[in-house]
Design a protein around this ligand. Structure first.
Ligand SMILES: O=C(O)CCC(=O)N[C@@H](CCC(=O)O)C(=O)O
Ligand SMILES: [Zn+2]
Length: 339
């Protein structure tokens, strides 16, 4: 179906997604075809040859709204012809049902259900959605010879000592290239956190199964729709726009000199309903503890800082028993984590 700019669902894809509007399978605009793959998922194929397949996801957690607003604005600019699409692009609004409820998830944390783990239990809203998202990504990443990038955009529950940071999925076989990290630093990323083990997260899925340069990217603190200061994400917006526009970006590796690197040293798992942290609710991500300091406690166990210094990231005592309650990280040098 050929669409005029005025009637394109891309003008407000967020509204169309939340309303669960019935969309045509495809629309054609002057320079591209947009395919509406499933609710909140649109694939854009430019008419001209491209070199890179880009996945941008947001709203995997429904209340993390700033990245959703950024993606909606990018799509709007594409629809209006203000941003030329010169690379294949898949944009995913992860969890529309949770967005409507303004919650992190409805039944279960979607970002623990990738790599097929959604099929290993009773089906629910997030398990079905994880399967749908995986199918869309597999259909998009058809050509292994092409460069693949996936930025999974989030915001954190609490404030962070590094406002914007990236979680690097565990990929011991491939390692990390400085140019890939420098691109993120250009986009405003202040710290990198290298995972020490496989996970069932979306970024790990794209990294492991498709060899994509995939990252979970944290972009500040959770806020409601309309309450985000998007000017704080200006650098990200610029880099994403330039990537979509097909610019060959060659960031200066020197930009990494201003960035902090951390390695995950261990995961603190919630072991009992009585589990709680020793610190105040408002404690920021990357707060450091000294050796021997109490970090968390339950009726069956106490967790102490067991390195000279450890910082905690994503502490959340409200997760179900058996799940990650926090990551402990230690500072490392770029040489320890990069090729
Ligand atoms: O602020 C928090 O506690 C959670 C923020 C968030 O959603 N983080 C992601 C990180 C995923 C990863 O480790 O790659 C998550 O917990 O799913
Ligand atoms: Zn999140």
């Amino acid at each position: 179906m050929f669409m005029t700019v005025k009637s394109s669902p891309l003008l407000d894809f967020l509204a169309a997604t939340l309303a669960d509007e019935t969309l045509p399978n495809t629309i054609e605009q002057a320079d591209f075809t947009a395919r509406f793959v499933a609710r909140g998922i649109v694939q854009i194929d430019p008419n001209q040859r491209t070199s890179r397949d880009i996945v941008i996801s947001c709203g995997i957690h429904g209340n993390e709204t700033a990245p959703i607003e950024i993606c909606n604005r990018l799509l709007q600019r594409i629809a209006r012809g203000e941003l030329a699409v010169k690379q294949r692009l898949l944009v995913i609004f992860g969890n529309p049902a949770a967005m409507l409820q303004q919650t992190r998830f409805v039944d279960e944390n979607l970002n623990r259900l990738f790599c097929g783990s959604h099929s290993q239990g009773e089906q629910n809203l997030e398990r079905k959605r994880a399967a749908e998202i995986e199918a869309a990504v597999a259909a998009f990443y058809v050509d292994a010879s092409r460069a693949r990038l996936h930025w999974d955009l989030h915001t954190a529950i609490r404030a962070s000592a590094h406002e914007k940071f990236a979680v690097c999925p565990y990929q011991p076989e491939r390692g990390y290239r400085r140019s890939v990290l420098a691109l993120l630093a250009d986009a405003g990323i202040e710290a990198f956190l290298f995972n020490h083990a496989p996970a069932y997260t979306f970024s790990y899925h794209s990294s492991k199964l498709f060899n994509a340069d995939a990252f979970t990217i944290e972009l500040g603190k959770v806020a409601a729709f309309g309450a985000n200061d998007l000017s704080r994400l200006e650098k990200l917006d610029v880099v994403l726009s330039r990537l979509i526009a097909g610019e060959e970006l060659t960031p200066d590796a020197d930009v990494l000199k201003d960035v902090t690197f951390y390695q995950v040293s261990r995961v603190i798992t919630k072991d009992h309903d009585s589990f709680d942290f020793s610190f105040a609710e408002a404690t920021a991500n990357f707060t450091r503890f000294s050796q021997g300091e109490l970090i968390a406690k339950s009726s069956t166990n106490s967790v102490f800082c067991d390195a000279v210094t450890e910082a905690i990231v994503f502490p959340n005592a409200k997760v179900p028993v058996g799940q990650r309650a926090a990551l402990c990280v230690v500072p490392v040098s770029i040489e320890q984590v990069c090729m």
